[in-house]
Ligand binder design. Structure first.
Ligand code: CAA
Length: 381
């Protein structure tokens, strides 16, 4: 797709593509097998400004806006989707603190997140019984003389065992429903914060997904982000932005798979012609290329609205719904085009098919995105 990007957006895109090809792509297959967490890669990306593309410059970010951020995410995911989701969640945390923290919270956490000093951040909202319905969370924060004591269990926490800082959502007033939820900034490694389980996943093996137990974790008065009872709204706002990141991740995975499929179909000869000349193959690739561009347009539209401070919740849900669903189909087509070879680990397609699947689930399932879109349609009546 050939949109007229600004010089800065093009520069971020080129920087991310170069870094992804140089630093990530050569080791992505190995990390998929070993499950090793990409600490040095994250620090190298931080040095290039890629952990804070949309974070304001005065906080150490690149200040390049959400379109540039989406383009960078697509490039990282094209090479290694595990690194991309780690960066995406960390970026969501950095943006959340930058937009809602006190001056002290912002200066303490944001520059250290984007510089790679903290490696990454984590977003601890979901619980074993509160996934699609985060208002049902049961983690408690009780007031103490010196601040707050947090107790509960968090589930599906990307980088939960690696993050230098976690945003943890907890009930401060259980009688108030979602208006009783508050958000807290909890340093990684805090006493009482333990990793009870690392998930063995179908894909994204180079990212870490943890179940965490908070057993009386003590944080200071100054650890609460925004005001008491503001947590649910903060989570919803952060997820709107996060969904642009996951849409971009899905698009990046799909782009990598489609490029490989077109290359393969142009080189592989059967019945005396490259298989792309068989309409059955060419048509599949044509559909895939069309979906990829459509998803990219939807995602960049959501990014454009966000960076212009316009309402973008519905646009972000549409972008994530469409991009993640079509990315799954594109990867499946790419595998089909590769035939039996696509089903082996000799080609990157089988990893793409595993990695892409969860983009329809995390940061709001496709079903949740449809709820958000439908409610916005109703509201517009
Ligand atoms: N921005 C700001 N505020 C919002 C909002 C938004 N996008 N959406 C809702 N709110 C506010 C509402 O205005 C309302 O406020 P008031 O009470 O003051 O009127 C309040 O939040 C409650 O709104 P709803 O009644 O619409 O809330 P709900 O309980 O019906 O849920 C939902 C709405 C959209 C379905 C929401 O529950 C949701 O997004 N669920 C999915 C959760 C999710 O995405 N989880 C992902 C976990 S994180 C993850 O995956 C990260 C990772 O590690 C990869």
């Amino acid at each position: 797709m050939d949109l007229q990007l600004t010089e800065e957006q093009s520069l971020v895109q080129r920087t991310a593509r170069d870094a992804a090809e140089r630093l990530l792509a050569p080791h992505a297959a190995r990390r998929d097998v070993t499950g090793e967490f990409p600490v040095s890669e994250l620090r190298a990306l931080a040095d290039l400004g890629l952990l804070g593309v949309a974070v304001p410059e005065e906080l150490g970010g690149a200040g390049a806006g959400t379109i540039a951020y989406s383009l960078a995410m697509q490039e990282l995911a094209r090479a290694d989707a595990s690194v991309a989701v780690t960066v995406s969640v960390s970026n969501m945390v950095a943006e959340l603190i930058a937009a809602n923290g006190t001056p002290q919270q912002i200066s303490h956490w944001v520059p250290r997140l984007v510089s790679g000093e903290l490696v990454c951040g984590a977003f601890a909202l979901s619980e074993p019984q509160a996934g699609s319905d985060p208002a049902a969370l049961t983690t408690r924060a009780e007031k103490t003389d010196r601040g707050w004591r947090l107790s509960g269990t968090k589930q599906w926490i990307t980088s939960g065992d690696r993050a230098g800082v976690l945003v943890v959502w907890a009930m401060t007033d259980p009688r108030a429903g979602h208006k009783g939820i508050s958000a807290f900034l909890v340093p990684g490694g805090s006493p009482g914060l333990t990793v009870s389980r690392i998930e063995e996943k179908m894909g994204l093996h180079g990212s870490s997904t943890a179940q965490l137990v908070l057993d009386g974790v003590e944080v200071g008065e100054d650890a609460m982000l925004s005001g008491p009872g503001r947590g649910f709204a903060l989570a919803m706002m952060a997820l709107d932005g996060g969904r642009i990141g996951i849409a971009s991740q899905a698009l990046g995975i799909a782009r990598g798979a489609l490029e490989a499929a077109v290359r393969y179909a142009s080189e592989r000869t059967q019945f005396d012609v490259p298989i792309i000349r068989h309409q059955a193959i060419g048509n599949m690739l044509a559909d895939a290329a069309t979906w990829l561009d459509a998803g990219t347009l939807l995602t960049l539209r959501a990014a454009d609205l966000k960076q212009r401070h316009q309402p973008y919740s519905q646009a972000a849900s549409m972008a994530k719904l469409f991009s993640s669903e079509k990315a799954g189909l594109i990867c499946d087509i790419a595998l089909q085009v590769h035939g039996g070879y696509g089903y082996t680990r000799d080609f990157p397609i089988e990893r793409a098919c595993r990695d892409v699947r969860v983009t329809r689930i995390y940061e709001g399932t496709s079903e949740i995105q449809r709820i958000v879109i439908a409610r916005n349609l109703l509201r517009a009546q």
